[in-house]
Design a protein around this ligand. Structure first.
Ligand code: HEM
Ligand SMILES: [Cu+2]
Length: 662
């Protein structure tokens, strides 16, 4: 009856039959919805809970888990700020302080900042692209479970007093066995390798999803900017993560198995660590801001009631930032005694990178200036991103200058800079995005009045906590010190900083209250509370499990604003198009133009991603405690899970032809 190549129910595959046969008699929408609900819904009970592959569920899990880590990391920060509020304090021992700032950094960078964006992207991508799921739903579940397992792995060490204590970038030789004999750094090495698997798997999924899983007509010049941001970050991660995984593997081998990669006496080179780490680390900091900047670029215009100014420039700048971002890693190593010629090159590249970064800033300002602004809470957060980004960007460009950096490296100036960038562009954007998209995810609005209080506490608290740190750095307070003397002139400013930290934390607490009350009793949101232009606002809130009953046909960049905007006479079709309901199906399109290409059979629930992640946790646990037996059991279980996962599946019965609904 039809040509089906390697398609199997529950396994994925492609349909190579004809794509647009003559339309059927119009089916009844309610019946269609019910049928799709049955096809796409999770299995009942625990099996469904652990086995789900729905991108929305996975996205929400990513976001919740990363927020739990944000709170843990935040509590660590508050304890540090209690210790530092006064001179000569003894709340913490130096060892405890080392563990706290290291775990805080690792948590925020690896377990919060990136995963929270993966969560948003996971949730939003198929909705914005007009698809029913990500390209590899099971891989998607796997990336989440691995993230959770790696997070548990890293955190389990904390109560045992064995948390990483060499800073988030773990410099050798400080982290070599000789100077750090405990298990702390092994936790760090293995934990990052473990987490790297999750990141890699997730990144590959985003890239393929972009190439294939779009609504017909969603050509590359119509993609929302968050898609550009996450795509760029994902491609970068595929190149960057192997560098850090390799660096960590070599350090682990040096520490446990007598190799000498970083050991001068054995012919190794400690600086190799810094090269590998920052070759990863700098692209990574862009990976944890570009998707967040994308969220601002997509959501801010909605509150300005106009399209983003300079779409093409912003999309290009997003990619350009990352390309240049791979050529600046040495600016983290200005003080390591490298040849000045090399340093000059990297200094110049670091100046250049300000240009693409500034493109977004100018675009946002122009969008606000020429828009009809609504002073909503998301708007407040997004505009504050602009301000904080400029402050953090300027202090960044300042340290791109060699002479300046040599003065300020390893001082609180750097701590101020990195928090302006990370909290300013990541956290403020994320919080704004939650105000913006939670109504879509939950079907309920967040209270705007409480939201303004949240914004006030967070914005004032943040600046109170971090602006004075620039000053502390300039007058010479080093970073990563557990205390300071009363006669050093640091005391009053540190007290202000600590007070600011608690004001900021109060803002976060109120934010959580704001979410909780919205989920319980928020005003119903309806499909499109803000009047947004992109596809996710065309479907109910919260979206049905299959996202789109009918795969829309996209004709412009703003499918929901076509009547208001003068972007040509073409019109997207949201109510007619591909109705794919012969089993779990969605449409695959051609990579550039988004032309319908194949019908993809999507895989169903599976416990294998969860099982593999548990096995991997056992494997890494075994490696950590040095038990070959545990490691072998974990490794064997992981291999078995993979074999079951990829075992050949029987060819399914021939499907009916695709139907067009109109
Ligand atoms: C309540 C909010 C926060 C406070 C009060 C805070 C405070 C601190 C403190 C006291 C340190 C140690 C400074 C030192 O001794 O050198 C630190 C380091 C750090 N923080 Fe935060 N922080 C907060 C939120 C964040 C967030 C949201 C991120 C990232 C998204 C972040 C990333 C980092 C990093 C990467 C380090 C460097 C760790 C290292 O030196 O290895 N922080 N923070
Ligand atoms: Cu950098």
């Amino acid at each position: 009856m039809s040509a089906i190549a390697d398609a199997a129910p529950g396994q994925g595959g492609r349909w190579t039959g004809p794509l647009d046969p003559k339309p059927p008699a119009s089916p009844n929408p309610a019946e269609v919805a019910e049928r799709l609900e049955n096809i796409w819904g999770d299995a009942p009970g625990l099996r469904g809970w652990f086995g789900t592959v729905d991108h929305k569920t996975i996205g929400v899990r990513y976001m919740i888990t990363s927020f739990v880590f944000l709170i843990l990391g935040g509590l660590e920060a508050l304890v540090m700020r209690i210790q530092l509020a006064q001179p000569n304090a003894t709340t913490l021992s130096p060892e405890q302080y080392n563990q706290l700032f290291s775990l805080h950094g690792v948590t925020m960078i690896f377990l919060y900042a990136m995963p929270v964006l993966s969560g948003f992207s996971n949730y939003l991508w198929p909705l914005m692209l007009g698809s029913r799921d990500m390209a590899f739903p099971r891989l998607n579940a796997l990336s989440y479970w691995l993230f959770l397992a790696a997070g548990i792995f890293l955190y389990a060490s904390f109560p045992l007093g064995a948390a990483p204590d060499g800073g988030w970038f773990g410099y050798v030789p400080n982290t070599a066995r000789e100077y750090s004999p405990g298990p702390n750094i092994d936790v760090y090495c293995l934990g990052l390798i473990f987490l790297g698997i999750s990141t890699t798997v997730g990144a590959a999924n985003f890239v393929v999803t972009l190439l294939r899983m779009r609504a017909p007509g969603m050509s590359v010049n119509r993609l929302p900017i968050i898609i550009w941001g996450t795509l760029t970050a994902s491609v970068a991660n595929l190149f960057a993560v192997p560098a850090v995984s390799l660096a960590c593997l070599m350090l682990w081998l040096d520490r446990n198995h007598g190799t000498h990669f970083y050991d001068i006496a054995g012919g190794g080179q400690p600086l190799l660590w810094q090269h590998l780490f920052w070759l990863f680390g700098h692209p990574w900091v862009y990976a944890i801001v570009l998707p967040a900047m994308g969220m601002v670029s997509d959501a801010l215009p909605v509150h300005c009631r106009r399209p983003l100014v300079g779409y093409t420039l912003v999309a290009t700048a997003t990619v350009a930032t990352m390309v240049v971002g791979f050529g600046v890693w040495l600016h983290h190593m200005f003080a390591t005694g490298l040849p000045v010629l090399a340093l000059s090159f990297f200094s110049a590249a670091s100046f250049v990178i300000a240009i693409p970064s500034a493109v977004s800033v100018f675009s946002w300002i122009a969008t606000i200036y020429t828009g009809r602004v609504r002073l909503t809470v998301p708007f407040l957060f997004f505009t504050s991103v602009i301000l904080l980004f400029v402050i953090g960007g300027v202090s960044g460009v300042m340290t791109a200058s060699l002479a300046f950096d040599w003065q300020l490296t390893d001082t609180y100036f750097i701590v101020a800079h990195l928090h302006y960038v990370l909290i300013g562009i990541n956290l403020f954007a994320v919080v704004g995005a939650i105000y913006h998209w939670l109504p879509k995810m939950s079907g309920r609005m967040m209270d705007e009045r409480l939201g303004r209080w949240v914004f006030g506490f967070m914005f004032i608290g943040f600046n109170l906590a971090f602006l004075p740190m620039h000053w502390l750095g300039l007058i010479g307070m080093p970073r990563r010190v557990w205390t300071y003397g009363a006669d050093m002139g640091f005391s009053a400013t540190n007290l202000v900083v600590s007070i600011g930290a608690f004001v900021f934390a109060t803002g976060i607490l109120l934010f959580l209250v704001n979410i909780a009350t919205a989920l319980r009793s928020g005003r119903p949101a309806g499909p499109d509370p803000w009047g947004g232009p992109t596809l996710e606002w065309a479907i109910p809130s919260p979206p049905p499990v299959y996202n789109f009953a009918i795969i829309p046909l996209v004709a412009t960049r703003h499918p929901l604003w076509e009547d208001q905007l003068d972007e040509g006479s073409e019109r997207s079709q949201l109510a007619s198009g591909f109705l794919l309901d012969n089993g779990k199906e969605t449409l695959g399109v051609t990579p550039l133009d988004g032309e319908p290409d194949v019908i993809l059979k999507m895989p169903g629930d599976s416990l294998l991603p969860f099982a593999f992640s548990v096995a991997a946790l056992v494997l890494f646990g075994g490696l950590l405690v040095g038990s070959a037996w545990i490691a072998v059991i974990g490794g064997a279980a992981a291999i078995i899970a993979l074999v079951v996962w990829f075992r050949p599946h029987p060819t399914p019965e021939a499907c009916e032809k695709v139907r067009i609904y109109d």
